[in-house]
Design a binder for this molecule. Sequence first.
Ligand code: CA
Length: 501
Amino acid sequence: MLKPSAVLIVLLSLQLNFIGSSLSQETKMNKKPNIIFLLTDDQSTITMGCYGNDEVKTPNLDQLATDGMIFDRHYVTTAICMASRANIFTGLYEFRTGCNFTTGNLTRKIWETSYPMRFREAGYRTAFAGKFGIVIENEKQLPSQDFDLWGGGPGQTNYMTSRNPAMKKYAESFPHSTLSYAAFSKDFINQSVNENVPFCLSISFKASHRPVQPDPQFDTIYENTVFTKPKNYGRENGLHLAEQSKTGRQYPRFEEWGYSDDYVNVMRKYNQQIYGVDVAVGAIRRELERQGIEDNTIIIFTSDNGFLCGAHGYGSKVIPYEESTRVPLIIFDPRHSTSGKRLRCNSLTGSIDLAPTMLELAGLTAPKNIDGISLVPLLQTPSKPVRKSLSIMNFWGPATTHSFGVVTNSWKYLYWYSQEKDMLATEELFDLNQDPGELKNAAYDDSNLETLNNMRKLYDKHLYEINEKAVRPVYRQYKDLFDRKQTWTNKQEILRKTPRQ
Ligand SMILES: [Ca+2]
């Protein structure tokens, strides 16, 4: 039997343990989460097992999807690198960032509102590595001074690690850039843990952007795999699509890039590049576990645009069909009660939603009046949409390929204004639930008239925002060019006054 003094000691020790455990619980709850934002380049959803392709090997991405939530209706609002990255950084549509290859750079004032800058202001350690993809107006250098650790590069960057001065120290161990970003991540995670400061790490992989240069150490991964063509593959499945969509470089690239006659080999190389990304993601997650911070680190994985890969007889991206605009998105918040429940979200989400989502997950406030909406409510209830519609636009490349459109939870409406080369202005309507491959233009089917009219109204509403909110004069012309009721004669006049890109 214990002496009374021993009982007291046991009781005291129990009480201390209780206080200790509630304190550590409280500390855990109050502790700011870390954020890791992983962005690939030109990655189609068909490169991932968790998006339904059982011919590819993406065990680490599939595990991330299993642990977190996978989004099946996630769109970029402009399907080309520079504009899309500005959208992601800021939560703004392209006509509000004013940023694309031929229209302009991002102003310092808008950059200051970007998610990495907001995290830094809030006391986070921040890091960026890989393809930065945008330029800050009137600045000769990339904004390395805005990050605590910098491994970024200008332009398209390079698959050779040694070609990026900020990443050179990793070149000997990781000559191919994809895995060098995992090494950079490990170093940054390590430093942040040592300093005991929450961090926001952004990695922009060059993969799977062309030129096709996968890491040779994975050359055998798909050497015997025969990839199946998707149902909407080939020119025969693009006959119904707008003539305007066939006037850009996407059309010849079906043949030039080998989708027409060497599909399997092209896809072996393409998927091999994503295999490298998958290995890097696995290495980053293992480092989080090694440091004991995996339960407090949110991981977001997505791409700046998709890739057509032969769908409808196109190659490349930009034009607003599903393979180009709908991209992978996984959000894994290990703190959330729905994590690990294999949930898929079928609600509409957009690239502009990611910045406000990351900020809210960290308990920070997003800038006011941005276009993006936080996706945090979807983590609780994936079936309850946070947005009714989203604009999808392309103002880049030949004017004939410019398009503006709107997507909802069930439908996509696109408008191509150009009537050059004897084309007619074209409307397209796709029933995304019944026809995810966009094999039928439902705009000219009488039974869809009510839907068509509703989508037109929604389109007009979205288009009006350009007039209200465009930050550069060059974007204001689109309000009239995409006006369904303006005559082609008026539009030609606008085009005559506008310098051609
Ligand atoms: Ca891209």
